[in-house]
Design a protein around this ligand. Structure first.
Ligand code: AMP
Length: 271
């Protein structure tokens, strides 16, 4: 991969990179298509990163279908699919991890304390190997892109991060590889996340700026769904991810909700 990347660069080609954990859907492919538009050469990686899963989480069960992923990546215009092996990324004696303090402890970090350390470590390694000019991430993982941007700035990395909108199903459910786990009833229940965010935006548009009031609306909507259990619902400043009392334009409304055993996230930037 390093040789390919060096060779593309020597021909003056700008490299775009889309890191994924596979089991691809239209959300991932929107990132690939944007990279194809903005760069000369698109690299997509598929790597289920053990470092970002806690022992009790779904690393073993995480859905995988590499052949289908390769077909979809090719169809969307990816030039190179990078599929490293776990042993290549984390050889015996691996000891180095990246942390973005404070930001990694907020929102998802409360229930997944090692998650962003795992994400930042693998993304930095992938950046070092692929050496992209641009890297494409989804707004779906809002905290992830905020943390990665901070890592890039703090470590003076020569890569520009592009964050692209959340792709949703027609009924509003944000696409996620984990939606695959759901039966029909659970999938229906999962709609409470996007529904609560739409209600929140409506309330804010009507003039509500008290974060507690808006959060109450969100919570009531989700709690009305018997299969849903809120992990967190917060309205935060995107700079420090700390809760707001008064809502400002550009704030992040972020949710994590369990539907059965499956934990979903969704979010909205206040318009
Ligand atoms: P994952 O395979 O879940 O690690 O996701 C890989 C990339 O795809 C990340 O940058 C995600 O934010 C992005 N992504 C996942 N779901 C969506 C979605 N529904 N819309 C847009 N981007 C997404």
């Amino acid at each position: 991969m390093k040789q390919i990347s060096a060779s593309e660069k020597s021909q003056g080609n700008k490299i775009g990179f889309v890191p994924t954990m596979g089991f691809l859907h239209a959300g991932h492919l929107s990132l690939v298509r944007e990279s194809v538009c903005q760069t000369d050469c698109t690299v997509s990686s598929v790597f289920v990163n053990s470092a970002q899963f806690a022992p009790h989480e779904d690393f073993e069960d995480y859905p995988r279908d590499l052949q289908k992923d390769l077909d979809l990546l090719e169809e969307a215009g990816t030039d190179y699919a990078f599929i490293p092996k776990a042993k290549q990324m984390y050889p015996d004696g691996y000891k180095t991890y990246i942390e973005v303090h404070e930001l990694q402890e907020r929102l998802c970090g409360q229930t997944r304390p090692h998650f962003f350390q795992g994400v930042c470590t693998v993304v930095l390694k992938l950046f070092n190997i692929v050496a992209p000019d641009l890297a494409f991430f989804g707004q779906k993982d809002a905290q992830q892109s905020i943390i990665l941007k901070r890592m890039v700035r703090d470590l003076d990395l020569d890569v520009q991060i592009e964050v692209l909108p959340i792709i949703r199903d027609k009924d509003g459910l944000a696409l996620s590889s984990r939606n695959f786990y759901f039966n029909k009833r659970q999938r229906q229940a999962a709609l409470c996340l996007s529904r609560s965010l739409r209600l929140a935006q409506k309330k804010i548009t009507a003039g509500e700026i008290d974060a507690a009031q808006v959060l109450q609306t969100i919570r009531a909507e989700i709690e009305a769904e018997p299969q849903a259990r809120i992990d967190y619902a917060e309205i935060v400043d995107t700079n420090d991810l700390l809760p707001r009392e008064t809502i400002h334009k550009g704030d992040l409304i972020a949710l994590a909700v369990f539907i059965g055993k499956v934990r979903l996230i969704d979010n909205l930037i206040v318009d």
